[in-house]
Design a protein around this ligand. Structure first.
Ligand code: HEM
Length: 316
């Protein structure tokens, strides 16, 4: 009896400890909506072809979704997370997700979640910009809530030092290699002057020609030119490649949080950066592994949450 009850307890503990992500599956929509993925891909590919930066914006949306309450499309609900510091005036791509959702609803009513659309759109964006592909696990459901406070606390700011970045990702079950690989997403897309001003005027581990050229479009005084944009990877801004890491090795990281990964954070990740800079296949493999891990963060599954009809609001 004691043995049986302690075995029962062990089974219960094991069940509680196993991630809900175990319930995600690559074939989740194969019978319920066989054309879901091709429909999302055609919307995303068209959007990225007409504006390459959109691929970056869609990849970032999935990251900002998964780090706050898990990958539950909470970032798409109007208000709340969208008003948080890392998101306000910065997140883009909502229209593309809405277009994909409308097209998918037209073929399969209330079947495909907004959270899964975000995960697929992130993958299709990377592929559209020449990066690696991976199999997206599916079956996430959408939250009925979002949290501005959690978006502020769980998304790392660009002023982060290396230890903070490691802690932030570790809190989400992602290790140091995952963190360095996922930061490689900054091989595409753009950042606003207000997010790199301190670096280009006050830091010393920055290439001087690089700093000088950035200063031309990012005035020293805060409040002027705050939203002026610069590419996160000045070498190949619209290609998903490993140039982000070679940039770091020449002190051309745009954000403080980029450069701490090499020659700026105490050295703990320098060798990983060297490896990803010299070995594109190693970067691709680490990035796809880490994207799948990130996509597995605390999904809602089964009967949890809902399948939103409109991604920006909870079903009425
Ligand atoms: C390591 C911690 C990270 C920090 C501190 C960080 C911070 C930032 C900041 C400040 C921007 C510019 C926002 C703006 O100026 O409007 C940005 C852009 C971007 N981030 Fe990150 N990020 C991090 C990790 C990631 C990860 C893990 C991904 C995806 C896997 C990602 C994908 C992107 C992309 C693609 C852009 C460009 C978006 C666009 O052009 O619309 N970032 N990030």
């Amino acid at each position: 009896m004691a043995w049986a009850s302690s075995l029962g307890l062990m089974v219960l503990v094991a069940a509680m400890a196993s991630p809900a992500s175990a319930q995600l599956s690559a074939t989740f929509y194969d019978t319920s909506c066989p054309n879901a993925l091709s429909t999302i891909r055609s919307v995303v590919t068209a959007a990225v072809n007409s504006e390459p930066r959109m691929g970056a914006s869609l990849l970032r949306l999935h990251f900002h979704d998964c780090f706050v309450q898990g990958c539950d499309a909470s970032v798409l609900l109007s208000g709340q997370e969208q008003n948080a510091f890392p998101n306000a005036g910065s997140l883009r791509g909502f229209n593309v997700i809405d277009n994909a959702k409308t097209r998918v609803e037209a073929i399969c009513n209330r079947t495909v979640s907004c959270a899964d659309i975000l995960a697929v759109a992130a993958r299709d964006s990377v592929v559209a910009l020449g990066g690696p592909s991976w199999t997206v696990l599916l079956g996430r459901r959408d939250s009925t809530t979002a949290s501005q406070a959690l978006a502020n606390s769980d998304l790392p700011p660009p002023s982060s030092d290396l230890a903070s970045l490691i802690g932030n990702f570790s809190n989400k079950g992602l290790d140091v290699t995952d963190m360095v690989a996922l930061s490689g997403a900054h091989t595409i897309g753009q950042a606003q002057c207000q997010n790199f001003r301190d670096r280009i005027y006050n830091e010393t581990n920055i290439n001087s020609a690089f700093a000088t050229s950035l200063r031309a479009n990012c005035p020293r005084a805060s409040g002027t030119g705050d939203g002026n944009l610069a590419p996160l990877d000045a070498t190949t801004p619209n290609a998903f490649d490993n140039a982000y890491y070679t940039n770091l090795m020449s002190n051309r990281g745009l954000l403080h949080s980029d450069q701490v990964l090499f020659n700026g954070g105490g050295g703990g990740t320098d060798n990983t950066v060297r490896n990803f800079a010299s070995n594109a296949a190693a970067f691709s493999s680490a990035f796809t592994t880490a994207m799948i891990k990130m996509g597995n963060i605390s999904p809602l599954t089964g009967t949890q949450g809902q399948i939103r009809v409109s991604c920006s609001r909870v079903n009425s």
